[in-house]
Design a protein around this ligand. Structure first.
Ligand SMILES: Nc1ncnc2c1ncn2[C@@H]1O[C@H](COP(=O)(O)OP(=O)(O)OP(=O)(O)O)[C@@H](O)[C@H]1O
Ligand SMILES: [Mg+2]
Length: 248
């Protein structure tokens, strides 16, 4: 469904060029939950921004359902694909109520938008009483649910989650991941799950990509609940968490 082919991207700062993405290939199939891990600065967020056309690639292509995604047609791509970031409180307009925040992505929707919101609230385990609150009146976990719901309202086929469970405690983290997995099962929504938390990624994902210094260095499919990596760096990374997995 999502096909990233040979994508490269450099940043110029000062008089230096740094290759943040170097010939990246990546796919996410329909209904698949795919993890993307790698040390800080390896290019994960850059890749998600390039996929979403928030920044343009220097080279390579991004296709969705066989169609090339470009800055020009990205509006229609956003009906099918949504990106959520880590910092929910920064993503939510502080002067809007939850209701106003949730109505915004539905501007162009025909039919009863309020009813759609009320129906979807239950999915992220929030009640209607939250609609009249401001983001500052919500806990971190609740803010992330509102942020998540805002992306889910357009019923995307693909959801890219960039560190959305960092900074949340383990229990809330688990609740949000389980919610994503439920949406994946029930709506067939594909998920690209970017995170530092390896046990969480191993728990959530069917397949994991590993990035290092702007390159995709390894990839493994889950077999009998276990991942097998071949690249030395990826092996080292995952060896450090063996026996420490988020239990299913
Ligand atoms: N706007 C920018 N201008 C210049 N360099 C940038 C810019 N954005 C990112 N970079 C550089 O590109 C590289 C990749 O950054 P990126 O944010 O994609 O890493 P990441 O894998 O998401 O890291 P983290 O796990 O810390 O979120 C880093 O070296 C970063 O400094
Ligand atoms: Mg990042």
């Amino acid at each position: 469904m999502l096909e990233v082919s040979n994508v490269s991207k450099s940043y110029f700062s000062g008089n230096q060029t740094r290759k943040a993405l170097n010939g990246i290939d990546m796919t996410v199939s329909k209904g698949e939950v795919v993890g993307l891990v790698g040390e800080s600065g390896s290019g994960k967020s850059t890749l998600s921004r390039v996929v979403m056309q928030l920044e343009s690639a220097d080279d390579g292509s991004i296709a969705f359902n066989g169609q090339l995604v470009t800055r020009k047609n990205r509006k229609s791509f956003y009906q099918a694909s949504q990106l959520i970031f880590q910092n929910a409180s920064a993503a939510l307009n502080p002067s809007w109520t939850v209701r106003e925040i949730l109505l915004e992505p539905l501007r162009t929707m025909k039919g009863d938008r309020e009813a759609h919101i009320r129906r979807m609230l239950g999915r992220v385990k929030l009640s209607e009483t939250y609609l009249h609150r401001y983001p500052s009146e919500l806990s971190g976990g609740e803010q992330q649910r509102v942020n998540l719901l805002r992306s889910l309202l357009v019923e995307p086929d693909l959801l890219i989650c960039d560190e959305i469970v960092s900074n949340l405690d383990r229990l809330i983290q688990r609740e949000i991941i389980d919610l994503l997995l439920e949406l994946n099962r029930e709506m067939g929504m594909s998920i690209l799950f970017i995170a530092h938390d390896l046990p969480a990624v191993m728990y959530a994902c069917d397949r994991i990509y590993v990035m290092k210094d702007g390159r995709m260095v390894d990839e493994s499919v889950k077999k009998d609940g276990v991942f097998h990596f071949s690249h030395t760096y990826a092996k080292r990374l995952f060896d450090s968490v063996l026996g420490n997995r988020m239990k299913e």
